[in-house]
Structure formats: C-alpha cells, structure tokens
Ligand binder design. Sequence first.
Ligand code: ZN
Length: 310
Amino acid sequence: MREIIRLEPVFKQMVWGGSGLRDYFGYEIPGEDTGEAWVVSAHPQGDCRVAEGSFEGKTLSQLWKEERALFGGAEGEEFPLLVKFIDAKEDLSIQVHPDDAYARVHENGARGKYECWYILDCAKGADIIVGHKARTKEELEQMIREERWEDLLHVRPIHPGDFFQIPPGTVHAIRKGTLLIEIQQNSAVTYRLYDYGRMPGGKPRELHLTQAMDVIRCPHEESQDGRKTFHEEGYDRTFLIACPFFTAEKYDIRTALSLDQEDPFLLLCVLDGEGTIDGGKIKKGDSMLLPAGYGRAEIKGALSLVTAHI
Ligand code: ZN
C-alpha cells in the first residue's frame, strides 16, 4: 500500500516529567510535568490514533487487529513495538524489566521488555544508570537490603548521540536532565527497585523487590555497541541495533534519501529538522508507519530520523 500512516502522540504526565517535550519538539503538552510522548504505540495505556488519510481516527491497535495486511501479515496478538520520547526533569526510579518467558508466567501472558535509548539532549554533567556492580545474587541482595545504591549502581556520564541497549534483566534508570528516544518491545512491565524515598501524593510508589531479584542478571553483562555509520551521498546512515525483537537505524539527511521499505512495516520518527517524504511535509516530532509493500520513499530536506522494524 502506498499510503503513509501518520500517528498522533499520546502524552503521559509523570512525577519526574517536565516541559522538555514542548521545548524540543514543539508539542502541545498537557502540563508542565509531561514525561513521555508515546509516538508509536498500540498499548492499551496509550493507543496512538491515525492523524489523517484512509484510516483517520482509528487506533494503531485497531489497525493491527483489522488491517493486518498493512503489517505484512506479521503475527501476534498485539502490535510488537513501542516508541517513546522521554523528558526527565527528575530522576526516574531504579528499575528492571523481565524477559518474555518470565512475563508470560508471572504477568498474565504479557511481553517482557528489551529497550534501547538514543540520547537527543541532556544537561551538562547529566548521567544515566545502566547495570550494577554486584558479582553474585547474594551480594546483590545484601547491597539492596543495605541500600548501598552508590556502591551498587553503574552510573555513566551521557552526551547527545550516546546510545544504550537495555536487555531484560538490566538494572537501569534515566536521570534528570535527559531527553531521549526509547525503542522497546510493547510492554509496560516494570519492577521498581528504588525510588529515592520519594512520596508523590504523600505515599511512596510501590516497589517490586521479589520480582526484581528474580530477573536481574548477575553479574551484569555489558552489551556490545554494534553501531556503525555509513557515509552516503546526501545522507549518513547509522546502524543502531539488531536485537531479537527489532532493528533500528538512524539517518542524518543533508539533502535527500531514497528509502526502500521492504520490511513487513517500517516505523519512522523525525528527531530533528524538516523536509518532505514523497511530497508530504514532515518535521521534528512527527511519527509514522510505512506499511507493507510501500516500496521506495523519497525523503528530502535537512533532517534526522530513526527507523525501526521487526
Ligand atoms: Zn525501562
């Protein structure tokens, strides 16, 4: 099908959210505590609607159910991916996600979560948590019990353009002053380890220590950075990740890019700049889906975008 399916973001207000999604993307956000824009999502907690065209007003989950041919007949009960822009004005809780096998058994058949982050912008001196330093589960349990977070957690300085892979079982936290794009499996199963003793609305948010202990990989294994950039005429193409659940690439277009859509479906999110795709205007913050059989898309302008597919 030769129609681009443009999606409207769903915004989430969070205790740690801010106004960065408006400042950076120009979005009309619902409040000064907006933490997330779910830009490609068919999740029941935030199902994106189609902005225009033949499917205007339908949700992505409806399309997945009723128009499976758009997705090249890809299988599964639920749409497999979820893409978010995240603005953290404050620290997010220290957390971990299960894999598919654990979530299936312990979370009513839900998916696990493999996620990855590409840093779009951050405050000077900002950092992020990926991994821990305990050598054994016993040591991990003891350090958590004694709340020795500084000894335990692997804190890394960040800069725009950094990229992190967070396989299931990886302890992680986005921290204040960070704006990023997150590509992940379509899942909201999160086990919270520590929330800095915060009391939003007068009471602490729930922790899930038992489940977290079950799923944290010990010792932490560092993911190999497989990024590779290819310089082409008119654009640079950076291969970001190929995990068992999705593949993602980034394009920095100087003048033009011919993009062949030969996957079951292709997600496309504009990170910066503006231009056109097959004559239609696109700009920073836009997200869309190129359905099965779309073929070649001609993208023109000076812009950066991320693509993802299963
Ligand atoms: Zn996470």
